[in-house]
Design a protein around this ligand. Structure first.
Ligand code: ATP
Ligand code: CA
Ligand code: CA
Length: 423
């Protein structure tokens, strides 16, 4: 079922940025990917590779439509994360990151002003991040890597790449590539962004009724008396993973993260087609890679395989229109992960571990906010007019334990989140 969206043209405000990001990713990733794997060294965590693009081109970069600079951070670390722990096929990854993009359906969903772009198969998200978040991710990269390595089923955001585009007038845009928790082939009927904080954490119910894609919050969850319907087995597994992940986030000294919960109701199925006609499709006219130079020698190099598949798939009509065909089923990497195994998510179960008619799509997102001076100030000010323990900005140790307790309480048998309500 093709989805029809509005095609983003060259006149769109973000066209140039988008073009530059995609061109940069494509060249940098294929460059790294074409090399023979080697064990990681300590330098790999701080490494950054620079590329300079212009309309002429050189032996390292093909000619591009615009002048810009591109930096690829810790490419070897991210490559190993992608291949060994996130189970991404290198050719698939490159293919998905080429040609078309879906602009955020939500505009800028967060308060932070970050932009979200979805890859055309809906598997990957590009999120622009603040310079501080960027510096922070680089600083904790080794810890993050080690955590992922010893927690293959982690619920934390899966970061696939960290990059920067610099425009000619000097503006720098940092961004990460990460997993989209929500699948392409299932409508999400309800979405919650849960923190365990209850002060001001409510999306107006009267607006929610009109907007099926609204992102609801802790107070909506509690007032609607929702529960995560999971049988003893899944409950135990999820609790243990959440415990380890929040422990990690505490160690990293971050806060303000949330558990994103997408709910698919199997009885409703996909008939509402929540996403249809709301997409904005971006299809940059990408520079052709000089295949001999860039693809590498071996005919089986991932880049060569990817390029051949791109060629085969690139039917000119779909390239020029706003049409995008989303996958019909979940293929790909999710089958490797405990909590993403059932149709890309976690199927609800009853107390006898029998399946119920709901699929959850869960993950811990927005994990790059350290408790810095600004957050301390926010803690102070918000704490003047509300319960100091129920506001969103609290120190990392308190945040982590509140987060974990809240998530336990909203699972079946957990007693509900009422005790987290403000007085
Ligand atoms: P703020 O700092 O104001 O909370 P932000 O710009 O940092 O906002 P996030 O909190 O990361 O943004 O995400 C905002 C919303 O985007 C989430 O509530 C969710 O609806 C959606 N979103 C974010 N990350 C993902 C993801 N990995 N998969 C699916 N949806 C996501
Ligand atoms: Ca957030
Ligand atoms: Ca944020």
């Amino acid at each position: 079922k093709p989805l029809v969206g509005n095609l983003i043209g060259e006149d769109h405000v973000n066209y140039v940025l988008m073009y530059n990001m995609l061109t940069g990713i494509r060249i940098a990733v294929s460059r790294c990917q074409a090399k023979i794997r080697r064990p990681l060294t300590d330098e790999d965590y701080t490494a950054r590779h620079k590329y300079s693009f212009d309309i002429v081109g050189n032996e390292l970069t093909p000619s591009a439509k615009y002048d810009f600079k591109f930096k690829d951070y810790a490419p070897w670390v991210f490559r190993e994360l992608r291949e060994d722990y996130f189970h991404l096929d290198p050719a698939d990854y490159l293919l998905s990151l080429t040609a078309k993009y879906i602009l955020s359906e939500l505009g800028s969903p967060g308060k932070s002003g970050s932009f979200f772009y979805f890859s055309r198969d809906y598997r990957f998200i590009i999120k622009t991040i603040h310079h501080n978040e960027h510096k922070f991710l680089r600083r904790i990269l080794k810890q993050y890597y080690e955590h992922v390595k010893s927690n293959p089923h982690t619920l934390l955001s899966r970061f696939y790449g960290l990059h920067r585009v610099k425009l000619p007038h000097g503006r720098k845009i940092h961004f990460v590539i990460m997993n989209n928790l929500f699948p392409a082939h299932k409508d999400i009927h309800e979405t919650y962004d849960l923190k365990g904080s209850t002060v001001g954490r409510e999306y107006p119910e009267e607006k929610a009724a009109q907007n099926p894609r609204a992102v609801l919050k802790d107070l909506n969850w509690i007032k609607r008396k929702k529960t995560l319907e999971l049988g003893p087995e899944k409950r135990a597994l999820l609790t243990e993973q959440l415990r380890r992940d929040s422990e990690m986030l505490k160690t990293l000294g971050v806060m303000d993260y949330s558990l994103l919960v997408g709910i698919h109701n199997m009885r409703r199925g996909n008939k509402d087609n929540v996403r249809r006609n709301t997409l904005k499709v971006f299809s940059p006219d990408m520079p052709m890679i000089n295949r001999k130079k860039t693809i590498g020698k071996g005919p089986q190099s991932p880049e060569a395989i990817a390029m051949r598949r791109i060629m085969r798939q690139a039917d000119p009509q779909s390239l020029d229109s706003g049409t995008i065909t989303l996958p019909e089923e979940d293929t790909g990497e999710r089958q490797y992960f405990l909590f993403y195994q059932d149709e890309g998510g976690l199927r609800a179960t009853d107390e006898a571990n029998e399946c119920m008619d709901t699929i959850y799509y869960l993950g811990v997102i927005d994990i790059l906010t350290p408790y810095n001076t600004l957050k301390k100030l926010e803690h102070f000010w918000k704490g003047l007019s509300a319960d100091r323990h129920k506001i969103s900005p609290v120190p990392p140790a308190e945040y982590a334990s509140r987060f974990f307790c809240f998530m336990k309480s909203i699972m079946r048998g957990g007693g509900g989140g009422e005790k987290f309500l403000p007085e």
